[in-house]
Design a protein around this ligand. Structure first.
Ligand SMILES: C[S@@+](CC[C@H](N)C(=O)[O-])C[C@H]1O[C@@H](n2cnc3c(N)ncnc32)[C@H](O)[C@@H]1O
Length: 455
């Protein structure tokens, strides 16, 4: 292929990658272009050439996409986490639907109608957990995000993806850093104390603030607590987290409780959850309710059903469907999540859901072998999809209904292919937009047994 680093190539962006980069083609070779949107005609500067694709950056936009949108705020300041933000929301949803349909067809050989993506009425301020790095520019505190592949922090005054109260909390932390001259962490040298501010906000706009520091001593920390309580509405709790490591993880292992409640209470529909600073909780509370509502609808729970919830996390889907069925059995490979799930069941007075620690591919066949059978199954695996051993065990059990929740349409397609080849029919495929302005797509799909084709 006649293409070299430094070449300038003009073309139209025709698709997005799963990371949200634009895709154009040159003599059949795909070129992945950062910060380009479908419909843009761009002059791309090539920065990498591989056997089957090239990468590039926008040198200039020759003709902007007709689907570009303008905002009253500076979208550049939101950083690289939301690559589709300049593309109209309606078009984002259309692209996500197309992507699910194409993956099912191309990878799974499944030719099925995909429902229109359920989007958000107001696709902003939806993130209920932010982890924001701190730095200093010309001696003054800044919060923002790390420039890609760099230790430089790009300051951000307002983040339109998090609740407004989180913007206020960050302003207060910055003024505390300036007033008491608190040292901030430098990713290059590994020196400095204050690294990140974690903010979790619940449905009622109450917040848990988590100061991430390299070691436990920080001067004037209780002055910060006073300032937060005085200046920001709804401060429910303040923690310090100690992270001495130079790892990419924001939080370290140790938490010190500084103020207020130990846990934040949040809700998904009628269910209540107690969230510790280290608990996993869904980022977009509003859409997760929609997603679980669909899962519940597809399950068509009946009073004598026995249901396995495989990859059950902190038990949210199980608790959502438990009232409709006889028994729910969750399996999850993270011990603390299993503990949380059992606590969440008690908190919500759910007596017919139980959670077991183990790998779904090991424990599920074992439990079935021990006679703990089920007629319906929920699957919600991580991005890599289900283990093949697990799919085989499910096929052997022959449950009448499988509800598969997926955050990765390509592994969903791979797994559905195996199930369809073994006698299941895809009933419905419903994408739900959990992360507006990113290229992520969440899908809930229903499989029912096709008794005529079982072998
Ligand atoms: C996409 S999350 C779903 C969690 C939960 N259903 C929810 O909605 O919050 C996937 C979960 O699978 C768990 N997991 C990953 N590999 C697993 C395995 N082999 N067996 C069981 N659980 C696993 C992860 O710890 C995570 O909690």
């Amino acid at each position: 292929m006649n293409i070299n680093i430094g070449d300038l190539i003009e073309g139209e962006i025709i698709d997005f990658t799963h990371e949200g980069n634009g895709v154009m083609k040159h003599e059949g070779l795909p070129i992945f272009v950062e910060e380009a949107l479908i419909g843009d005609v761009v002059r791309t500067k090539i920065i990498g050439v591989k056997k089957s694709f090239a990468t590039g950056v926008v040198d200039s936009i020759v003709k902007p996409s007709p689907d570009r949108v303008e905002y009253r705020f500076d979208i550049e300041a939101l950083g690289g986490g939301v690559p589709l933000i300049g593309y109209s929301y309606e078009k984002q949803l259309e692209w996500k639907r197309r992507k699910v349909r194409q993956d099912l067809l191309r990878i799974g050989g499944i030719d099925v109608k995909v429902n229109p993506v359920i989007g958000m009425g107001y696709p902003f301020r939806y993130r209920n957990h932010s982890q924001v790095p701190l730095g200093k520019v010309e001696g003054r505190a800044v919060t923002g995000y790390y420039l890609r592949k760099s230790s430089e922090i790009v300051p951000m005054e307002e983040d339109h993806l998090q609740p407004e109260v989180a913007d206020q909390i960050l302003r207060t932390v910055r003024s505390w850093v300036d007033r008491y001259d608190i040292s901030v962490y430098d990713r290059n040298s590994g020196e400095g104390i204050l690294r990140h501010v974690g903010i979790r906000t619940n449905e009622n706009n109450e917040s848990m603030v988590i100061l991430v520091t390299t070691f436990s001593q920080i001067p004037n920390k209780f002055q910060l607590v006073h300032m937060l309580v005085r200046e920001c509405p709804g401060i429910a709790s303040v923690y310090q987290n100690i992270n001495p490591m130079s790892s990419r993880f924001t939080y370290g292992r140790e938490y010190i409780h500084l103020f207020g409640k130990e846990k934040l209470t949040d809700y998904i529909g009628d269910l209540q959850f107690e969230i510790s600073p280290d608990s996993f909780f869904q980022i977009n509370r509003q859409q997760v309710k929609v997603l679980y509502g669909k899962a519940r609808e597809y399950l068509e729970g009946e009073k004598d059903d026995i249901v396995y919830d495989l990859y059950s996390g902190i038990g949210t889907i199980s608790l959502f469907v438990a009232g409709d069925v006889n028994r729910v059995i969750g399996i999850e490979s993270v011990k603390s999540a299993v503990k949380n799930a059992n606590e969440n069941a008690s908190l919500n007075n759910v007596a017919n859901a139980e959670f077991h620690y183990g790998k779904a591919e090991d424990l599920f066949p074992q439990m079935i072998g021990n006679g703990v059978r089920a007629n319906k199954i929920i699957l919600d695996p991580p991005r890599k999809g289900c283990d093949k051993e697990l799919i085989n065990a499910i096929i052997e059990l022959k449950p009448e209904r499988i509800v598969y929740v997926s955050c990765n349409p390509s592994t969903l397609a791979r797994d559905l292919k195996l199930l369809v080849e073994s006698g299941y029919m895809v009933g419905e495929v419903q994408p739900v937009d959990m992360f507006p302005h990113t290229a992520h797509v969440e899908v809930v799909s229903l499989l029912v047994i096709n008794k005529d084709h079982l072998y």
